[in-house]
Structures are given as C-alpha cells and as structure tokens.
Design a protein around this ligand. Sequence first.
Ligand code: SF4
Length: 405
Amino acid sequence: MCEWEPAYQWLTGAQVINAHTLSDFRVKHDQALKGLFVQVLGLLTADGLITLERVMQDGTKIRAKAAGDSFRRKERVEQALEQAREQVEAVQGLSEEETSRRIATARQRAARERRERLEAALEEFNQLAEEGKDKEKRRVSTSDPECRIMKQPDGGFAPSYNVQIDTDAKNCVVVAVGVVQAGNDFDELEPGIDRVEHNQGKTPEEVVTDGGFVSRDTIVAMNKREIDYIAPCVDEGGKGEGSYDGRGVSAEYHRSAFVYDAQTDSYRCPQGKTLSYEGKEQRHMQVSYRYRAQRSDCQGCVVKSQCCPGNRVTGRSVHRGEELAEIAAFRQKMATERAREIYKQRAQVAETPNLWIKAKFGLRQFSVRGLRKVGMEALWACLTYNIRVWMRLRWRKAAVVAQPA
Ligand code: SF4
C-alpha cells in the first residue's frame, strides 16, 4: 500500500519502506504507542464518548506464533542450546571465500536469534516454577518461550496469550488492554482496573465481568476500591474449607453427613462420635471454624477407610464456613432485577472489540513473539479499533447536526 495508496505515500513521504523497517516499527517505540493510546482516550473522553460509569472486562485467547510441538522439557532445551551456541561459533568462523557477506550476515543473525530464544526458554522454566507448575509437567516453547498452552473456545488447546480488554459500556471504546500468560481470568480483574486507572486517571464506577473472574478475593477487592461489581454468583461452597471432599472420601462421609449442634458448638459424625471445636482459620477470605474427632474414635473406627483414609495421626476434622459480609451483600445484589439487567448487556459490550479484532482485523494469531511484542500488537489493534469507533461516532454526530429541522 505504501507504493500505490496516496494516504500511505503521504505518510512515508513517498519513500520506499521495506518489510523489515515496517515490521521493526511495529514493535519499537512502545512508550510512544502507549502514549498515543492514552491521548486518543483523552480526546474521546473530552468528546463525552467515554464516561467510565460502566466498564466491562473480558479475556480472549489469541494464538502465539509457535507450534504445539515446539514445547520441550528443560533437558531438551539445554541440549538444543548447547548445539545453538556451537552453531553460532561455526557460522562466525566461515571465511568470506566460503560464503558471500550478505548470506553470512543472514546466517549469523538466524543462529544468534535461535540461541537467544533458547536462552529465554531456559529462563522461562524458573517462571513456571514460580507459578507452581508441577516439575514433571513443565514444558516451554522453543519458538516463543513466553506463550502458554491455553484452552481455546472450541475446546482444543493451543500455544496462546490471554488478552484482557476493558471496554467502556457507553460506546464500546476500549479503555485498557493487557496481555497475560495466565490460562484463566481468575486473578485478572484487579490488574485490569489498574490499567484503566493508569490510562484514564479515574476509577470506573461499575465493573461487569463473566463468571470466570469471580472469586472471594475479587469481590472483596472491588468492595475495597468502592467499585460496584456485577458478575454471576459462582457458588464456591466447599472450596478451600478444609473439608475432606475429594480426598478419597466416600459420598456418605462428606462434610454434609456431619450434623452441627449449635447448642454444644460441635458436630456429630455418622457413627455418632463428637467432633469438638478446635480453632478458627481465615481461608480464601472466609472465616472457617475447625472441629475435630478424638484420635482414638477414628483410628479404631470400622468405616475409617471411607471417612478419612489418609488420616493416620489425628481424628477426622470438618470446617464450618462463615460467609464474609461482602460476599453475602454481593449475593443479595446479584439476585436483584437491576443487576441481572445490567449483566445481560455484558456479552454485547465486552465481546464487540474482541470480535472486531479477530474477525475484522484478522488478529487470530500474533505475528510477533514474546510478551512485550505481542502486547504491542494487541495495543495497535485496540488503538485502530478505537479510532474506527471514534470516526463512526463523529460521522453519526455530524449527520444528526446536518439533518434539516
Ligand atoms: S472415622 Fe471418625 S469421624 Fe469418621 S465416622 Fe469414624 S469415628 Fe466418625
């Protein structure tokens, strides 16, 4: 287009732009690009097109520039890195008679880039360890070490990044975008709000997400920030309450089979034994009271293998959870008609930019590698989307003004 399209000829001063220059430009100048994104938001806000009264956040997976079979264990990456280092030395040692200068430069660059990618891949194993990934399952892509295998909307799995987009509900303008390595959205709302505040210098009054973001921590955090949070109630009953559910316990001996007696503040187990109050814990933002049976009762119990099979030292325990006031208030709010009506708008607002970016701009797979660069590619797409929205809204406004009275 730089060769024949007048607008691009004007932009480039009629100079020939080669593919490398254009490609490098896309991932250089990240501060300038972020600044431009914020400036456009400022203009849209000044025009009254962004209000931050209601912001919807959603995450979308975009494929990385890496194949599924590029993921390797640490030992394989170390071997490949050793070979890559030898190759760099071998290529550097080629004499000018053996190869032309241009080919030699290209080979050296390719060998150096491969070595750098493998070095980055090796470092990424430390990141996986910090994320708590099981050592046996740790694999890193040698093509794009920072991407992760993520579940796709079609149910399959692919190397991807998770793009988090915050959209102002008034005109579907994107007010913040971030790219993360997490395969789910569980911890992504607070960082998203931080990005909105950074870009707009203001906190949204109301935030809407789908159930993938809902956790006790998120509800409490939104409450602390005085943001009205709208999302479906996800019942987390049983999670993190220290119950034995899921540890090989038979269904008849799950926590629900233990009967609480408020008068004596104790539980009675299915075998009629008493579990006395032992202590209080704060888990997953929920206060939890722990009750335990006598060791002698459980160790000699005929149904021990069904009730607490792994318990060799103490008696069986159960936990009684007490919901935090913030969670109870959130549940009550989400049962109201108003909250449900607001939530119904979520899909249309939050998914509009996602659709544009993927379907209209064709960004289903990143064309660059690494968290920083894919972050810039996502930012370019959102900036372009916002400018398109801005043009559409301005034309609409101009058309209304031009209509005869
Ligand atoms: S193992 Fe302990 S808690 Fe479980 S049924 Fe037997 S006595 Fe009761």
